[in-house]
Design a protein around this ligand. Structure first.
Ligand code: FAD
Length: 290
């Protein structure tokens, strides 16, 4: 089923992002996380893509669909040429993958430049447009930033290219992680004023540890409110950081759900505990149905 249809049902969806494992050590972790979170009734899930682990993404997406009967979306990036991309999409179509998240892809590290594999795939919108004009029937998602993307001079620049993804044929957008809901509400208001009607799903990360937070903040440009930054700084250990992260994410979700968001999408980093605690709280508050 197309994710855009689920997002239009008038009931907020719950979804999880899983990271395709990079090596055998990570396989057990991701399998355990999927099995644990599958029992918490997500409406859909997604699996990240890296060129080096692309086969694993495709394998996981199809297996989640078959084994757990959950709609699973494959991420795809501009890491491949058009000639390499077509067989991947053909394979997905044959295997019944219904949704693709079309992305440019991460640069090799914070502050480094992304190098496209094909001059025609420079940006997320190029992949969205390619999917549309090639006649594939996937539901198409794309990424956007509630806060300024690290490579953008300002939010207006960012917004222009978000619009380009919509004009190229994206069915829905998922935001990069953010910690202050005001960025999301501002983005949605501006999108509405610009006539953008497709759903914009907030992407949320319960802070897993100080180290992961520092890396993700550098990669995404996400900023912390001074109070939250101070509390994390002063937390005695990573358990306390994790607990703070869960509490903050619950507060974000409560406000977002009360404001009528189309869904809440969790970056799990292949850890089940935090999303499970968050969902239990939100369901306990009747903000989500099981
Ligand atoms: P783009 O839209 O290309 O944006 C990148 C920068 O270029 C932005 O500053 C944008 O404003 C600018 N820009 C966009 N279009 C143009 C244009 N036509 N001309 C000039 N500038 C332009 N990365 C992975 O490698 N694998 C994944 O599986 C993955 N999953 C993700 C899932 C989600 C929900 C999100 C939000 C991100 C994910 N990422 C993933 C990270 C993503 O690849 C990076 O955030 C990347 O920096 C941006 O991707 P994009 O598709 O928005 O790129």
């Amino acid at each position: 089923m197309r994710i855009a249809e689920m997002l239009a049902r008038g009931r907020p969806t719950v979804s999880f992002e899983f990271m395709a494992p990079r090596d055998e050590n990570e396989v057990a972790m991701v399998e355990k996380t999927i099995a644990a979170l599958a029992g918490h009734a997500p409406d859909w899930v997604s699996v990240t893509y890296r060129k080096a682990t692309g086969k694993k993404t495709l394998e996981l997406v199809t297996r989640i669909k078959r084994q757990y009967h959950i709609e699973a979306m494959a991420h795809l990036t501009c890491a491949n040429t058009a000639d390499e991309t077509r067989p991947i999409l053909n394979w997905m179509e044959r295997e019944g993958v219904a949704n693709v998240l079309a992305l440019r892809g991460d640069p090799p590290g914070p502050g480094q430049a992304f190098v496209p594999a094909d001059p025609q795939f420079q940006h997320g919108s190029d992949l969205v447009a390619f999917l549309r004009r090639s006649g594939y029937r996937f539901g198409i998602g794309a990424a956007c930033s509630a806060e300024k993307h690290p490579e953008s001079p300002d939010q207006a620049y960012e917004f222009r290219y978000m619009q380009m993804k919509v004009d190229s044929g994206a069915d829905f957008l998922i935001t990069q992680l953010f910690f202050d809901n005001r960025f999301y509400f501002d983005l949605v208001r501006r999108a509405k004023e610009a006539g953008i009607t497709i759903p914009i799903v907030p992407g949320l990360m319960p802070v897993p540890s100080r180290r992961s937070l520092a890396f993700m903040a550098a990669m995404t440009g996400a900023t912390l409110q001074p109070d939250l930054a101070r509390a994390i700084e002063e937390a005695p250990d990573d358990d306390a950081v994790r607990a703070l992260g869960v509490r903050h994410c619950i507060e974000q979700c409560v406000e977002l759900l009360e404001a009528g968001v189309p869904g809440v999408h969790f970056y799990t980093f292949n850890r089940a505990r935090a999303p499970m605690e968050i969902l239990a709280s939100l369901r306990g508050q009747q903000l989500l149905t099981a």
